[in-house]
Design a protein. Structure first.
Length: 334
């Protein structure tokens, strides 16, 4: 799905639609809190770093996972990624083989992660963690699952996309929140803040939590080369499409058409034909995100540019030290 516009009003305040849906949000929040309070999480042999968020989609968890993996493996630690494999079709824990598994089986995020380290997808996080542990993994980096009580996390990191913040600060479906901001930030061991928070109220909530904050920024991979004199037709199916379009503009691209799709959108023939029409009409190049790129048919990838991005931490040594210290813990139920 694509995040409704009323989730992210410019002034950060809830409007009429959000107010009307708020009682359903209270119910959603209460059910989630009850599940976490009554769950029976299991410990895996491998330590688990959970990279989650408080809002539905679009905060950049997967790029953060990749950047954390670089920090953790610097000393030779054996890591693996664990993800639910959103959009995939596996019922059992599966280690991704890029020569065999496509996004129809694995989902898009898993394919990106598998290019950097062994990656396991599993609808049940506990079974996926056990599979990774059996293969000799020392540290599991779990993409999403902060609200999932099935597995004990050694460390829980909450990613906040500063440009979006906490939206209208209402619970799904009235807003983007998966749980209470106050309770969620209190459960987290650290916050990964990507960018600078736009709303003062969001800054106050983060500060009041007392949770350690590590700052990061989104950057285009310097190895990627682009001709900025060429106009582009940009398309994407991520949680917040505007985030991608804004990134392109900030990098100096001339975006003549911006085409948003729902998150994890499976591109059909009619979608691709329409994009080619736009490209030809505007005498432009096609460009999309890495997450969308892996969902494209091979023949269409040759017609499309990928914008690879990476997360850079402001103080990587400090974060690395925090992770090393935190992984000494045996883990708590979070």
């Amino acid at each position: 799905m694509r995040a409704p516009e009323f989730w992210y009003p410019e002034d950060g305040l809830a409007g009429l639609t959000a107010t009307f849906l708020t009682p359903l949000g209270w119910l959603y929040g209460a059910v989630g809190q009850w599940q976490r309070a009554t769950g029976s999480p299991r410990r895996t042999v491998a330590k688990v770093i959970c990279v989650g968020n408080l809002t539905a989609g679009g905060t950049g968890k997967t790029p953060v996972c990749l950047a954390l993996n670089d920090l953790i493996t610097a000393d030779g630690t054996r890591t693996a990624f664990l993800t639910r494999g959103y959009g995939g079709k596996t019922a059992d824990p599966t280690r991704i083989d890029l020569s065999v598994h496509g996004f129809e089986v694995a989902g898009d995020e898993a394919l990106l992660l598998a290019s950097a380290a062994p990656t396991y997808i599993s609808p049940t996080r506990r079974r996926g963690g056990e599979a990774a542990s059996r293969d000799g993994t020392e540290v599991i980096i779990m993409d999403d699952g902060f609200q999932n009580p099935a597995i004990i996390k050694t460390l829980s990191l909450v990613v906040i996309d500063a440009a979006a913040g906490f939206g209208n600060r209402r619970m799904i479906p009235a807003g983007p929140l998966r749980e209470s901001i106050r309770l969620g930030l209190r459960r987290a061991d650290a916050i990964i803040l990507v960018g600078d928070l736009c709303h003062e109220r969001d800054r106050d909530l983060v500060k009041a939590s007392g949770t350690p904050v590590f700052r990061a920024s989104v950057n285009v991979d310097p190895r990627a080369e682009f001709d900025l004199t060429r106009p582009v037709v940009a398309f994407t199916g991520i949680g917040r499409p505007q985030k991608f379009f804004d990134t392109l503009a900030a990098q100096g691209f001339d975006v003549v058409e911006a085409v948003p799709y729902p998150d994890h959108h499976p591109f059909r023939t009619r979608d691709l034909e329409w994009l080619e029409v736009l490209r030809d009409e505007r005498s432009a190049d096609l460009i999309t995100t890495s997450k969308d790129y892996v969902r494209l048919p091979a023949n269409f990838r040759a017609k499309t540019r990928e914008l690879p991005i990476r997360i850079l931490f402001e103080e990587p040594e400090s974060l690395a030290g925090f992770l090393v210290e935190g992984l000494q813990d045996q883990g708590a139920t979070r």
